[in-house]
Design a binder for this molecule. Structure first.
Ligand code: CO
Length: 229
C-alpha cells in the first residue's frame, strides 16, 4: 500500500480542481449553488470504503453519514439529524445502509476485543450475535461467520431506519418517501452486494407500514421523475 504524504493531499487537490475547471469552467460555481442529492448513505468510517469512489459518483450526489460499523442508533442525535434532514428537507430518493466485509468494528464485537468507547459503541452488535446464535454457529468457517454477521448487522440497521419516526411518518403519509436499501461492500472484490430485506416479515411485525413499496414502477411517489444525465 502506497500512502501519500501530507503535502500530496494539497497538490492533488489543486490538480483535481484544475482538471474539473478545464472540463467545465462553471463546475464549482454550479456545485456551490445548492444540493439536491438523490441518495443518503450510512456507512462505516473505515478508510477502505469511500462510497463515491466505489460508485463513481460526483460531489452533490450522495449525502453521507459514517460511523464505526455503520450503526443506525435511535439515540444518536448526529445520525438522527442527518437522516431527518435528508428525508424531510433534501427528500432523498434512496437511503442506503452499507456495511463491508472485514469490518473491524464487527470483528471486535464478535471477538470481544474492543476497548474504551469503541467497545461501548459496538455493544449492540453483540445483541445481534446473541439473537442469531444458531444461524451463526451453523457456519463452519469463522471468516464466513463474520461475513454473515456483517450482513446481519446491515439488515438490523436497516430495520432501525424504518423505526425512525420521520421515516415512518413519511411512508404513512402516502406522499413522498425514500426507498431503503441494505448493502454490503465486498472489499475483497470491490463489489456492492444489494441485500434481500425481509420487508414482508417487517410489515407483519408492524415495523414497516403496509403501504411501503420497495419498488415503484414510476419513480418515487410524490416526486417528479428523476432526471438522468
Ligand atoms: Co467497518
Amino acid at each position: 500500500m502506497h500512502y501519500h504524504d501530507y503535502d500530496d493531499l494539497i497538490s492533488n487537490n489543486a490538480r483535481w480542481a484544475g482538471e474539473k475547471l478545464e472540463k467545465n469552467p462553471d463546475y464549482f460555481q454550479n456545485i456551490s449553488q445548492d444540493q439536491k442529492p438523490p441518495f443518503l448513505y450510512v456507512g462505516c468510517s473505515d478508510s477502505r470504503v469511500p462510497i463515491d469512489t466505489y460508485t463513481q459518483t460526483e460531489p452533490g450526489e450522495i449525502f453521507i453519514h459514517r460511523n464505526i460499523a455503520n450503526q443506525v442508533s435511535l439515540t444518536d442525535m448526529n445520525f438522527l439529524s442527518v437522516l431527518e434532514y435528508a428525508v424531510e428537507v433534501l427528500q432523498v430518493r434512496h437511503v442506503v445502509v452499507c456495511g463491508h466485509y472485514a469490518c473491524g468494528g464487527v470483528t471486535a464485537a464478535y471477538e470481544n476485543s474492543a476497548r474504551g468507547l469503541t467497545e461501548n459503541w459496538t455493544t449492540p452488535i453483540k445483541d445481534i450475535i446473541r439473537s442469531h446464535r444458531k444461524e451463526l454457529e451453523a457456519i463452519p468457517h469463522e471468516s464466513d461467520r463474520l461475513d454473515r454477521l456483517v450482513e446481519l448487522n446491515v439488515v438490523v440497521q436497516v430495520r432501525h431506519v424504518f423505526q425512525v419516526s420521520a421515516v415512518e411518518r413519511l411512508i404513512e403519509s402516502g406522499g413522498y418517501y425514500p426507498r431503503i436499501h441494505g448493502w454490503v461492500l465486498d472489499i475483497r472484490r470491490g463489489l456492492i452486494h444489494d441485500l434481500d430485506l425481509p420487508i414482508d416479515q417487517w410489515k407483519e411485525e408492524g415495523v414497516v407500514p403496509s403501504s411501503y413499496q420497495p419498488n415503484f414502477p414510476n419513480g418515487t411517489p410524490g416526486l417528479p421523475k428523476v432526471e438522468t444525465r
